[in-house]
Design a protein around this ligand. Structure first.
Ligand code: GLU
Length: 386
C-alpha cells in the first residue's frame, strides 16, 4: 500500500489520543496511573500545530478524563463504583481540558470541547448536530477535542471506549483518515508481550490489514490494562467501522514522539487498516454501526437472496418470524433461516404488526394494517447488508 498516495487524499484527520499516551506511569509497572502527563499534551499540541500549518484540519478524540480524575481524587485502585468513576470523569475532564487549552493556546490554537454519548450518536438529529458543530469549529480553525460524556453515562448505555468513539467521529466528520495513538505500535501476528514458545516465530507487526476477518479480530485479543479501556480489540473493531465507510484507520505508537511526523512522511509505521472497496454511504453507515438494533426479523431463503444479492427491499411475504419488541422506525437485525444475521435496517412496522402480516402477499397486507400500509417491511434505502 502506497501511503503517500493515500495521504494525498487527506484533508481532515481525526486523531485519537489514548489515556496511556498522556499519562505518567509508575516505575516498573504498566498498570498504575500517576495522572496526566502534561509534557505529552504539550508535545501533541506542537505536533497538531505543525499539521494545521500545512493545511490539515485536525479533530482530537482524547481519553484521559477518568485517569486524570483518579489521581486527583486519590482513587488509584481497581473496582471503583459507578459514581466514583463518574466523579473521576467529572474532575478529570476539566483538568484534561485545562491542560489542552493551555498548551494549545501557546501554539496559537483555540480548542473546543465536545462531550458525546450514545444517545447523541443514535439520534439522527443529534448526530447531525454534532457533525455541524465539528464542521463549524474546524472551519474557524478551532481544534475540537472530543470525549465521551462519562460523568453522566453509566456502563450499560455507554459507548464505552474512545476507539469506537473516534471511529464514529471520523465518519460523522467526513474525515479521510483516523489515527489512533496507542501505547503499542500496532497489530502483531501474535501477542508481542508473550515470550515465544519453542519453535514459534517472533511476533511481527502487521503493516496493512485489508479486511478485518474473524482471525484478525482474534489476533487483537482483549485488554489487560487498568489505564486503557479497549486494548487492540476495540481498535480493530474501530478500524472495521471506518473501513466500511471508506476511511482508513492507522494504529500507531503514540509514545514515539516522532510518530506523527513519520505518518505524514508516508513511512510504514503502525498498522494501516484500509481497503479501497466496501464503502457504504453515510446514512447506511449510521444504520449499520451506530444504531443499536432492537429485535429480530427472520426471513426465508428467497428474501435473503433478493436482499443480499439483488439489493431489494424486504417485503412481508419473505418474513417467517419475529423476535423481540420493536416499533416503527427502530433498527432491527435481519436473520436468515439459520439464525445468521446478514442485514440490518429500519422497520416500517411494529413487532405486533409484523407478527400479523408475516408471510403475506402485499395485497392482503393492506387489508390487515389499513392506512398505515407500507409495501416494504424494510425499504432498501434503509437496509444494509452486513
Ligand atoms: N472516555 C474515557 C476517559 O476519558 C476513556 C475511554 C477510553 O480510554 O477508551 O477517561
Amino acid at each position: 500500500m502506497n501511503r503517500i498516495k493515500l495521504l494525498r487524499a487527506v484533508k481532515r484527520v481525526v486523531i485519537k489520543i489514548g489515556s496511556s499516551v498522556i499519562s505518567h506511569r509508575e516505575e516498573g509497572g504498566s498498570n498504575l496511573v500517576q495522572g496526566l502527563n502534561r509534557n505529552m499534551v504539550r508535545h501533541y499540541s506542537r505536533q497538531v500545530k505543525k499539521l494545521v500549518d500545512v493545511g490539515y484540519e485536525v479533530a482530537l478524540v482524547s481519553s484521559g478524563a477518568v485517569m486524570a480524575g483518579r489521581s486527583r481524587l486519590g482513587l488509584d485502585r481497581e473496582n471503583l463504583s459507578i459514581p466514583e468513576k463518574q466523579a473521576c470523569a467529572a474532575v478529570g475532564q476539566s483538568a484534561l481540558m485545562h491542560s489542552y487549552e493551555k498548551k494549545f493556546e501557546k501554539q496559537g490554537l483555540m480548542v473546543g470541547q465536545i462531550l458525546l454519548g450514545n444517545d447523541d450518536l443514535e439520534n439522527r438529529k443529534r448526530y447531525l448536530n454534532a457533525k455541524n458543530t465539528i464542521d463549524a469549529l474546524l472551519s474557524r480553525g478551532v481544534i475540537p477535542i472530543i470525549n465521551e460524556n462519562d460523568s453522566v453515562t453509566v456502563d450499560e448505555i455507554k459507548i464505552g471506549d474512545n476507539d469506537t468513539l473516534s471511529a464514529t467521529v471520523a465518519c460523522l466528520a467526513n474525515a479521510q483518515l483516523l489515527i489512533i495513538l496507542s501505547d503499542v505500535p500496532g497489530l502483531f501476528t501474535r501477542d508481542p508481550g508473550r515470550p515465544a514458545v519453542r519453535g514459534e516465530e517472533p511476533a511481527k507487526l502487521i503493516s496493512h490489514v485489508e479486511r478485518v476477518t474473524p482471525e484478525i479480530e482474534k489476533l487483537a485479543g482483549k485488554s489487560r490494562n487498568l489505564v486503557t479501556v479497549g486494548g487492540m480489540y476495540t481498535k480493530v473493531l474501530a478500524a472495521k467501522k471506518t473501513m466500511s465507510f471508506g476511511v482508513p484507520a492507522l494504529v500507531v505508537d503514540g509514545l514515539d514522539k516522532k510518530v506523527l511526523e513519520k505518518v505524514f512522511a508516508g513511512e510504514e509505521v503502525g498498522t494501516l487498516f484500509y481497503s479501497s472497496d466496501g464503502k457504504i454511504k453515510d446514512r447506511k453507515h449510521w444504520i449499520a454501526h451506530t444504531l443499536k438494533p432492537i429485535g429480530k426479523i427472520i426471513v426465508d431463503m428467497g428474501a435473503r437472496k433478493a436482499i443480499a444479492e439483488r439489493g431489494k427491499s424486504l417485503l412481508p411475504a419473505g418474513v417467517t418470524g419475529v423476535d423481540g419488541k420493536f416499533e416503527f422506525g427502530n433498527c432491527v437485525r435481519i436473520l436468515d433461516e439459520n439464525q445468521k444475521e446478514f442485514a440490518r435496517g429500519l422497520v416500517n412496522y411494529s413487532s405486533g404488526e409484523m407478527d400479523r402480516i408475516k408471510g403475506m402477499k402485499t395485497a392482503s397486507v393492506r387489508g390487515v394494517v389499513g392506512p398505515n400500509f407500507y409495501e416494504e417491511v424494510v425499504h432498501r434505502d434503509d437496509l444494509v447488508v452486513l
